[in-house]
Design a protein around this ligand. Structure first.
Ligand code: ATP
Length: 290
């Protein structure tokens, strides 16, 4: 509905065997193939014979207005069992693609919205890919025949169903490459860590040596302090001995001074007596002289 020359909902049945689409030039036969390609995830407007993706939306005619959205649904029967295992329990698989003029696009598998990748994955290896041999529009047969061997190989591989495994191989190789890059980064990190470990080891040894030396220093300081203390104590003892010795001497001297002072007082008394006697004698002498 709304796809190219199909503004209205149009249902086409493709039964087993050959289905022919017949009609006059320009009636829209190729648009059916475009619709099939498009719903299967074709991303190139050129492959859909348009300039931009918006060209797939019905652009109106003299009698009809343009539409705002194109929607194509393709329904596969799963009866023959040729269906990816994830969808085996469905009786049919319906894929739907919608495009709005705003540029917004939506994909659905069995009415559940999904990514374009899920649509691609669904067709991988089934032989029904967008680029597969199964859709060959007018003029392509000649292209396939005259294609380069590599291009033909791609078509045959998709038909044989090995493109799925090739894709997986590529994904696995990409993963291996990413893992290799990660390993490289890890080995860089490891060597950087080793360098850091070495430097930390050196620092740890330095710290250990510092601890030992610091302990030794503290012991030496303690020893010195105790020696200092002992020395001071001995000095103190000597000094107090000296002090008491001097005190003894002082007591002795003061005793001597006292006795000398006593003696001096006695001598002074004796002198006074002698002077008095002298005076008396002089007086006597004077009287006798008279
Ligand atoms: P031929 O036999 O010449 O190859 P055909 O039957 O394959 O022709 P198509 O090429 O499928 O025809 O259809 C062409 C027609 O589709 C043209 O008339 C064109 O105007 C119409 N058409 C294409 N795109 C749109 C669109 N976006 N909106 C409306 N009509 C469109």
């Amino acid at each position: 509905m709304g796809f190219k020359s199909f503004p209205d909902k149009t249902v086409l049945h493709f039964q087993e065997g050959i289905t022919g689409v017949v009609g006059p030039n320009g009636c829209g036969k190729s648009n059916i193939v475009d619709a099939i390609r498009w719903v299967m995830g074709e991303m190139s407007a050129k492959h859909l014979r348009g300039k931009s993706m918006e060209d797939v939306i019905f652009s109106g005619t003299t009698q009809r207005n343009p539409m705002g959205m194109a929607s194509v649904t393709m329904v596969f029967s799963t009866e023959d069992g040729r269906v990816p295992s994830a969808y085996a329990h469905f009786s049919e698989v319906a894929i739907n693609r919608r495009l709005y003029r705003s540029g917004e696009s939506e994909y659905y598998i069995n009415q559940t919205q999904c990514r374009l990748r899920d649509i691609h994955d669904l067709f991988l290896g089934t032989g029904v890919g967008v680029r597969a041999y199964s859709i060959i529009e007018q003029g392509r047969i000649g292209q396939v025949i005259s294609a380069k061997p590599e291009e033909r190989r791609l078509i045959l591989e998709e038909a044989a169903g090995i493109s799925k495994f090739k894709n997986r191989k590529e994904a696995a190789l990409r993963k291996i490459e990413a893992t290799r890059a990660n390993l490289l980064r890890l080995s860089d990190i490891i060597s950087e860590l080793k360098r850091q470990i070495n430097s930390l080891d050196r620092q740890a040894r330095k710290a250990e040596r510092y601890q030992i030396l610091y302990k030794e220093l503290k012991e030496i300081e303690l020893h010195l302090n105790s020696l200092d203390y002992l020395l001071h104590r001995r000095n103190d003892e000597n000094l107090s001995q000296e002090v008491s010795h001097l005190q003894d001497q002082e007591t002795q001297i003061s005793v001597q001074v006292e006795s000398s002072e006593n003696k001096l007082a006695e001598i002074r008394l004796a002198l006074q007596e002698k002077e008095a006697e002298y005076m008396t004698r002089q007086h006597q002498l004077y009287e006798k002289n008279n």
